[in-house]
Write a protein that binds this ligand. Structure first.
Ligand code: PGA
Length: 234
């Protein structure tokens, strides 16, 4: 079955490096649904590079305001006008370093959907919550508070345990399957769920072979063409 392979470039790469990587990625021959999330300032150029190929574009964030005097913000309309189809919302780095709350993320999700963008909502527990066995409650609260209102069919969820992001620690297959089942129970069995957190060229196949994993959200390994193309070859 076709998988979703999303690449979160985060705040990496200069302009030349972003163009070079996009050009390499545009040559990948894969039946999977590949979505690239570059920095805002590279979206337009990367879109041009992907013009002739079937690779989609997403933004790493968006404003919770529709438009107007909000210096430095990027609106969902502006993203949609660049043919950006997806937007990452609630990434744990945004929650942790920019104090994004479930309520703010919920506002962004509604705005994104109303303006034709598809949110990929990131949820996940931190190490303390995992160790104290609170992760089920954390996931359920994130789902109900971030998704209050929007039609669930318009959303993809990325389960990203915070302790596995950029750490080299991956959740084991049983932990991933269990967390995805909790999400399916709460969000409905038709929702697509990606796994993210130290996905790399060695573990991607085992993870995507889990029945309730619709794909992966890749950070670090997506910056390296050889590693990322291996993952796309699934
Ligand atoms: P990582 O990042 O693959 O580098 O752990 C994943 C993410 O933050 O989306």
């Amino acid at each position: 079955m076709k998988k979703i392979i999303a690449a979160n470039w985060k705040m990496n790469l200069n302009f030349q490096q972003a163009k070079d990587l996009a050009k390499q990625i545009s040559k990948i021959n894969s039946d999977n649904n590949i979505i690239i999330f570059p920095s805002f300032i590279y979206l337009n150029k990367v879109r041009e590079i992907f013009n002739e190929v079937n690779i989609q574009l997403g933004a790493q964030n968006c404003s919770d305001k529709q438009s107007g005097a909000f210096t430095g913000e990027i609106s969902v309309n502006q993203l949609a006008s660049l043919e950006c189809e997806y937007v990452l919302l609630g990434h744990s780095e945004r929650r942790q370093y920019f104090n994004e709350t479930n309520e703010l993320i919920n506002n962004k999700a509604k705005l994104a959907i109303n303006n034709g963008l598809k949110p990929i909502l990131c949820i996940g527990e931190n190490l303390r919550q995992r160790e104290s066995n609170k992760f089920k409650q954390v996931l359920e609260a994130q789902i109900s508070e971030c998704l209050e209102g929007p039609n669930i069919d318009d959303i993809i969820i990325a389960y990203e345990p915070v302790w596995a992001i950029g750490t080299g620690l991956t959740a084991n297959l049983k932990q991933i399957e269990e967390a995805h089942n909790i999400i399916l129970e709460r969000a409905g069995k038709n929702i697509k769920i990606l796994y993210g957190g130290s996905v790399n060229e060695s573990n991607y196949a085992d993870i995507m072979n889990i029945g309730n994993v619709a794909g992966v959200l890749v950070g670090g390994a997506s910056l390296n063409y050889e590693k990322f193309s291996r993952i796309c070859s699934f």
